[in-house]
Design a protein around this ligand. Structure first.
Ligand code: SF4
Length: 326
């Protein structure tokens, strides 16, 4: 690990100034991903700006909106009665992620900022356009069974690793950001990026911007929800495919559906067409099967990951069936 300095600003403004003035500085909260990246030599910040003392630990439901501060701990959010009652999909997704020990350290903002687990990204002897732009991509033509089936580019085929973010995408969350020019709000669907020609950029944060929180509007998805994670082992593994499914069912009709996939793209992959197809339909396995086909029409696979297409289809059918309890 390289030498670095460590500061613990007393105010949000001081934290933002510290990052804005120094291109090599990084915010740190739980550090559950950043410290691994530093130990592996993937990143080498010369300054860490600790935001843990800023007043960003907040779990509050007001004006029909759930407010989560950026430094709220994943395990506290997952277990909070407000979240379990009004946003059970988020609680399920958080509990599917990492391990209890990691969830006790990881924060809401950090979860959103975590980087891909592509093994070539972590192996500094291999080419990787995300780690070192212009060097090539070890995964294209390499072992790519974990990689993307949606939205990849010829520069990068990595996937976003979070479970929490898949639920936040399905629940139409908004990211609250503070920066040198003031605050702004970013719809969750626009926060993470596809790789395109700039795979080194995971998200649309500007220079010096700090995530201060996330907001989730109240919704009718309190009963018929299910987060399904398919992975190589039962715990402490990243998703091959995950599904966040939420249904608003009245009688025998789906009034609204929300569906998002994890483990398949460089960002949480919302399935808008499948949601539209399900609206107004009966919650039957046949309709879920059609939705799964619609959802995977644009999939494009690589040498080792074609299995992810039927896996995604079956996972969508299973998650929707569990959510509907049919
Ligand atoms: Fe790097 Fe992306 Fe290629 Fe993985 S898929 S080696 S992260 S460029």
């Amino acid at each position: 690990m390289n030498q670095f300095s460590y500061v613990r600003p007393a105010s949000q403004k001081a934290a933002i100034d510290a990052i804005f003035r120094d291109n090599t500085a990084r915010f740190i909260a739980g550090g559950t991903n950043l410290l691994d990246l530093m130990k592996n030599g993937v990143t080498a910040p010369e300054k860490l700006v600790d935001i843990n003392r800023l007043p960003l630990k907040d779990i509050r439901f007001s004006n029909n909106i759930l407010h989560l501060g950026a430094t709220t701990i994943n395990s506290e959010v997952a277990a909070h009665p407000l979240v379990k009652t009004h946003f059970p999909l988020l609680s399920q997704a958080l509990l599917a992620g990492a391990s209890q020990q990691l969830r006790n350290m990881a924060t809401t903002g950090g979860n959103m900022m975590q980087r891909t687990r592509c093994s070539y990204f972590y192996d500094i002897t291999m080419p990787c356009n995300k780690r070192s732009p212009g060097t090539g991509c070890g995964a294209i033509g390499g072992i790519n069974r974990m990689h993307a089936i949606f939205g990849a580019s010829d520069q990068c085929i990595a996937v976003h690793p979070s479970d929490m973010c898949i639920a936040l995408a399905a629940l139409d969350a908004t990211v609250i950001v503070a920066g040198p020019k003031g605050g702004r709000r970013i719809p969750f669907a626009d926060f993470h990026r596809l790789p395109g020609n700039t795979p080194e950029k995971d998200n649309n944060l500007g220079k010096g911007e700090l995530i201060t929180g996330v907001e989730i509007p109240a919704n009718p998805f309190t009963r018929h929800v299910y987060y399904l994670k398919v992975r190589d082992r039962a715990s402490y593994a990243f998703a091959l495919v995950s599904v966040a499914a939420a249904l608003d069912i009245s009688g025998s009709t789906i009034r609204q559906a929300r569906l998002a996939l994890g483990g398949v793209a460089h960002k949480p992959w919302r399935l808008y067409e499948a949601e539209k197809m399900l609206t107004g339909k009966a919650p039957t396995e046949e309709n879920f099967r059609i939705a799964a086909t619609v959802a995977t029409r644009s999939a494009a696979t690589f040498q080792h990951n074609a299995f992810k297409v039927p896996m995604a289809q079956n996972s969508i059918i299973t998650a929707l069936s569990k959510a509907a309890a049919i």
